[in-house]
Design a protein. Structure first.
Length: 319
């Protein structure tokens, strides 16, 4: 187990380093620079001396390699840079927005699990029946309907027919008013959880169909165990391995920021922060958000690997 953790830690550091290089380079491939984004058309009125002074101020006069290692060294010390537009340091700004995205991601996963796993189990147990057909149609709809379309439809129906606007920019934190907070997040969570539920349903159904044909399931039934015990203790527990993998990957994406959903419902989360930073050429903020997202991915995948051992004792970390 210790060797496995060391290998995963080393691989994670290599991944983090590679992603940091990609992010640093990608933001600088976007046409324009931070000076043009901040000043707009007035940037064309700058003299060469004024532009050179601004480039020195932002550190843009130095070679890209030197800029990268300077940023990386500061990031390793917890300094992700300073946001000119926001007038604040990047890391506190990310931590301020992250709880919104975290709560939205957790609600989306809960909705997806509550809907997807039961439908997947029942569809596998009632294969080729109308219940199975309903489950497959549901999964096709969930995977086919884009989030932006579903979110827009929800807002349209609520505002036109019920006179309710889910969130008009006046976001309320959970600890300030839990009821109003959940009212604001439930519809964005449904928007993201719908397609996720479809993926979980398909994965649960296929995994259950495979496990139900295994010899240990037939042996458990031959021993006279109750069908509920066979399904929950023997079949479902082993079928959850691919489902947990899917949950881990999707949860990482959700923590990375639901860009479209947060934008549609005007939620001040990580995704909306990233969009604004990209459009405003906020190098430090874009790099900080991207690095923070990668760290979340690495931690979640690490936790998923550990959970495997609790779900299925046959999982070994020796290799």
């Amino acid at each position: 187990m210790r060797q496995y953790l060391i290998r995963r830690l080393f691989a994670s550091l290599i991944t983090l380093l590679g992603i940091s290089v990609m992010v640093f380079g990608a933001i600088r491939l976007v046409p324009g620079d931070q000076i043009t984004a901040q000043l707009g058309t007035e940037a064309g009125m700058l003299s060469q001396e004024q532009r050179a002074a601004l480039e020195r101020y932002y550190g843009l006069d130095r070679p890209p390699v030197e800029q990268y290692f300077t940023w990386l060294g500061n990031a390793l010390q917890g300094n992700f840079g300073f946001s000119i537009r926001q007038g604040r340091e990047v890391l506190p700004l990310i931590f301020e927005r992250f709880p919104v995205t975290l709560e939205l991601a957790i609600l989306s996963v809960i909705i997806a699990l509550v809907i997807g796993i039961p439908i997947g189990i029942i569809a596998a147990l009632r294969r080729n029946t109308w219940i199975d057909l309903f489950g497959r149609v549901f999964s096709m709809l969930g995977l086919s309907v884009p989030n932006f379309l579903l979110g827009t439809m929800i807002i349209y129906v609520l505002s036109v027919f019920f006179g309710i606007l889910p969130n008009s920019g006046n976001y309320v934190g959970f600890f300030d008013d839990p009821i109003k907070n959940l009212q604001q997040l439930i519809f964005p969570a449904i928007t993201m959880g719908f397609s996720f539920a479809a993926s979980i349903m398909r994965m649960t159904r296929s995994a259950m169909l495979e496990v139900l044909n295994e010899s240990y399931v037939r042996t458990a039934r031959s021993k006279g165990l109750k069908e509920q015990t066979v399904i929950l203790r023997h079949a479902l527990r082993n079928a959850l391995i691919p489902v947990v993998t899917l949950i881990g990957v999707e949860f990482g994406y959700l923590l990375g920021g639901a860009l479209i959903t947060e934008q549609i419902f005007a939620l001040p989360g990580i995704g909306r922060l990233a969009i604004n930073a990209i459009t405003q050429r906020e190098y430090a903020l874009v790099q900080g958000v991207a690095l923070f997202i990668v760290i979340n991915f690495i931690l979640i995948n690490f936790m998923v690997d550990i959970i495997y051992g609790f779900i299925d004792p046959r999982v070994s970390y020796d290799n």
